[in-house]
Design a protein around this ligand. Sequence first.
Ligand SMILES: Nc1ncnc2c1ncn2[C@@H]1O[C@H](COP(=O)(O)OP(=O)(O)OP(=O)(O)O)[C@@H](O)[C@H]1O
Length: 295
Amino acid sequence: MTKIYAGSPVPALNSVSFTLPARGVFVLIGRNGSGKTTLVRILATNLEATSGTATLNGIDVMSEPDQIRERIAIVPQEARPVPWMTPLQSVLSYLLWRGLGYGEAKQKAGEVLEKLKFGRKARVLNRTLSGGMKRKVLMAMILATEADVIFLDEPTTGLDPLARREFWEVLQEVRKDRFVVLTTHYMEEAEQLADTIGVLEEGKLIALGTLDELRKRLRYNYSVKLLSIPEAPVILTEGEMVKGNHDLPVILTTEGEAFRIAQELSREGIKFTINPVGLEDIFFYLHPGGDTGGR
Ligand SMILES: Nc1ncnc2c1ncn2[C@@H]1O[C@H](COP(=O)(O)OP(=O)(O)OP(=O)(O)O)[C@@H](O)[C@H]1O
């Protein structure tokens, strides 16, 4: 699939091609402007591709959009629930809009708000809710539907760590019987939630696989992240140095070499962290420019 926006010299998506089992959670990561939202919007029938095709559970996104729309639900990046409605009214009206009868919609709305433990907050105006609760209203809306494919574009941006964890719990409920496509700038979130991870870079899909499969792309299994730039260069007998957040050096190496370097850095009074390789390290390795693109 390729997408070139009118007037743009470079494609937002450049021959992206992949096949996935429609189960669990597919997390798309990539720096700002790498094409995540564009891909999600095309798959969710909100935007037309310039060329290419996509099928979801055997249904063609381009030629059968109405059938797709019955099967999917999307929470766009900037979505907020209607301020002058309550969570109960939000879920109810969304279900009615999707074609459910009033009785069924009311029952489902009540069930989902109970499941997500809204309590008396189900009946207060959305505008009085915290940012985390507002996102939870959107999750309740899609959770109440029959949709078996759910798109969430940066659902936790701006949430505090506790609200983010609470969102992850809700997602564990959603993923049980649906396929979730989620974009994020939080590597920890991708690690926690993803069954499969796709990495976009300038419109190209540069990596796709489980966390373990992506780890295998690195020759090294340990990461030492320096928290300041040392005066003297760090001499490696084995491993690679890449740029991390704020251009600080990240050393990818073997366990033995990582601990040797750690001792040396301690002696010189340089602060660092040492960990087995995680998604953030894979991201830095795949993006020589550094930075995860987080806000
Ligand atoms: N409506 C539009 N018109 C023209 N160019 C666009 C439009 N929407 C997005 N783009 C461009 O397409 C590219 C991909 O954007 P997209 O929003 O898909 O990236 P993203 O990975 O979701 O970014 P972010 O992480 O910042 O949300 C960017 O270069 C962006 O400037």
